[in-house]
Design a protein around this ligand. Structure first.
Ligand code: NAP
Ligand code: COA
Length: 267
């Protein structure tokens, strides 16, 4: 994909962009010349991500928790003051752990709701004032749990379903300002924290791979490519879309993960 896109005049802010899929997205845009901002809680991860991205482009980072509205608002404000209005906003911070509802304290459920759903609202609501209008695009990073009920995932299912509904509602509210809002639903992405938590054994990893119609787990580059497509002029008429980028996993294979996870956790 290197060389395919040119984002050299674009400013991209990635919330939760210091590891895994979201850092992969930041890297894709950085290699395409965009100016990057990344945000997450750990200052150490922020510094490491900025060093990596700076090999390709201008990059800055901020340490903030998406559960803190003022803190994330400050990130967007500072990024905008430094570089100008945000052209591409990615909201991908998330938390997950497998547990049955009865093994989850109210605070455990709330932690995931607060990071994934309330955090997404915080990110989008507070960045709105700093988005380029018209012409900017917002991409929420969702998950198959948004539409596939999965045991041990009550918190994530509830939160990501809410994220996709936010995508649709804000696409309607912000369309008149020329701001597009879409969700990407990654399938199983290899070498990520999310997959390590949901398929903790090598047998589970193999079963997941076998359940993907395209016969492989996805890569971070697969998701970065989709994000760059959605942010590009080629997607100028696409808004309010929930886009699976999953090798066809959502056609059926994803449904088997809940059962496998339940057996792995109980054995
Ligand atoms: P990851 O590496 O753990 O990425 C999560 C990122 O969010 C990290 O940069 C983390 O950094 C940040 N973060 C977490 N809590 C935060 C908070 N409260 N405030 C600010 N930043 C926070 O996980 P991943 O597996 O790549 O997942 C990335 C996204 O893809 C998530 O939205 C996930 O739901 C989605 N997804 C993943 C998969 C998969 O196969 N992995 C599949 C479907 C969907 P800090 O720890 O420094 O805060
Ligand atoms: N099973 C059951 N409950 C759990 C749990 C588990 N495996 N892990 C955490 N919890 C509960 C805690 O016990 C706590 O509840 P309590 O106060 O009633 O005891 C609650 O969740 C919050 O835990 P805490 O560690 O204080 O939260 P945090 O805000 O520091 O971290 C998490 C949030 C729990 C989501 C943490 O896993 C995280 O930071 N994840 C980010 C990385 C990630 O998940 N990546 C994959 C993305 S798909």
């Amino acid at each position: 994909m290197k060389g395919f896109w040119d984002f050299s005049d674009r400013k991209v802010l990635v919330m939760g962009g210091t590891s895994g899929i979201n850092l992969g997205i930041a890297q894709g845009f950085a290699e395409a010349g965009a100016t990057l901002g990344v945000v997450s809680r750990s200052q150490e991860k922020v510094d490491a991500a900025v060093s990596t991205l700076s090999l390709h482009t201008k990059a800055i980072g901020f340490s903030a928790d998406v559960r803190d509205y003022e803190a994330v608002a400050d990130c967007s404000r500072e990024f905008c003051e430094r570089f100008g209005p945000i052209d591409v906003l990615i909201s991908g911070a998330a938390g997950n752990f497998p547990a049955p509802a009865t093994g989850m304290s109210p605070n455990g459920f709330k932690a995931v709701m607060d990071i994934d759903l309330l955090g997404t609202f915080h990110v989008l609501r507070s960045a709105h004032a700093f988005l380029a209008k018209p012409g900017s695009t917002v991409i929420n990073i969702s998950a198959p749990q948004a539409f596939q009920p999965m045991e041990l995932q009550a918190h994530v299912c509830a939160a990501k379903a809410g994220v996709d509904m936010l995508t649709r509602v804000l696409a309607m509210e912000w369309g008149c300002e020329g701001v597009r809002v879409n969700s990407i639903v990654p399938g199983p992405i290899a070498d990520t924290e999310g997959m390590a938590r949901l398929a903790p054994t090598s047998d589970m990893q193999k079963a997941v791979t076998a359940s993907v119609p395209l016969g492989r787990q996805g890569t971070k580059e697969d998701i970065a490519s989709a994000a760059m497509f959605l942010a590009s002029p080629a997607a100028a008429y696409i808004t309010g879309v929930i886009l699976p980028v999953d090798g066809g996993w959502s056609l059926g294979g994803v449904a088997s993960l809940g059962d496998a996870l339940k057996s792995a956790i109980s054995s």
